[in-house]
Write a protein that binds this ligand. Sequence first.
Ligand code: RP5
Length: 166
Amino acid sequence: MSDQQALVGVIMGSQSDWAIMTHACETLTALGIAHETRIVSAHRTPDRLVSYATSARERGLKVVIAGAGGAAHLPGMTAAMTPLPVFGVPIESKSLKGLDSLLSIVQMPGGVPVGTVAIGKAGAINAALLAAAVIALEDKAVSEALDAWRARQTAAVAEQPSDGTA
Ligand code: RP5
């Protein structure tokens, strides 16, 4: 989807976050939503963060998904510098299992919101689905793709549990 205008910016604090953030991108791709990916660290590349966040809206992005771990300032600092909706994905950290990431991202002061999702893969997928829901408000194709995705998910749930031998 690199030939299309990206609607969602998927950013992450480190290459090490990609194993989780790739699930956000896979979900966006499944829904036909053009997106871009960047490594943007609040601590290691602060100038890149300022440039990315302050230009996000004028470049045509509609939503930013930001994943970070540990002292996870990336989503909050991004939200401070763009009026776009920002969804924060807490990455599981080695020392505190992502609780540090979660609290860093979710505890924003009133007035600077970050929509914070679950730690790890589930959060990355759900951030993409939330981004899709925002875009679907004004995009019929994405709205239909999201409806179909949800219908497939529902259809995949068996009525009865199985022991796996059937
Ligand atoms: C954060 O520090 C990143 O988002 C990452 O989750 C964490 C560790 O980064 P690396 O030391 O693996 O580059 O900024």
